[in-house]
Design a protein. Structure first.
Length: 106
């Protein structure tokens, strides 16, 4: 599992994400809505959720999220997930998981 480190209150950070399946193949994001979530494993309510922007080539599995300061206000260690939603047929894929560390600002 990968990890990303933010400072408390950090914003305007573009986090690139790549959707892959368990075999390591890129997931085609054409006609999908990717979302990025940050939260505790023990909670069903994320501290942040935001819709990702697709890259120029959706078949490459690439997207990104611009992280606002509201996502980095709570110091701690969290679980991050890239979730891909398709509407037709209806399908939800957890495409990337990572550890999100938010450090106190000095």
């Amino acid at each position: 599992m990968s990890y990303v480190i933010f400072k408390e209150g950090e914003d305007n950070f573009r986090l690139p994400l790549t959707a892959k399946d368990t075999a390591g193949n890129y997931i085609d994001l054409t006609n999908s809505t990717p979302w990025f979530y940050i939260g505790k494993y023990t909670s069903s309510n994320p501290i942040y959720s935001g819709q990702c922007t697709l890259g120029t080539y959706p078949k490459s599995g690439e997207c990104y999220i611009n992280i606002p300061s509201s996502a980095t206000q709570n110091v701690g260690v969290y679980h991050g997930e890239l979730v891909i939603n398709y509407s037709s047929p209806s399908e939800k894929i957890i495409a990337q998981e990572l550890t999100v560390i938010i450090l106190p600002s000095l």
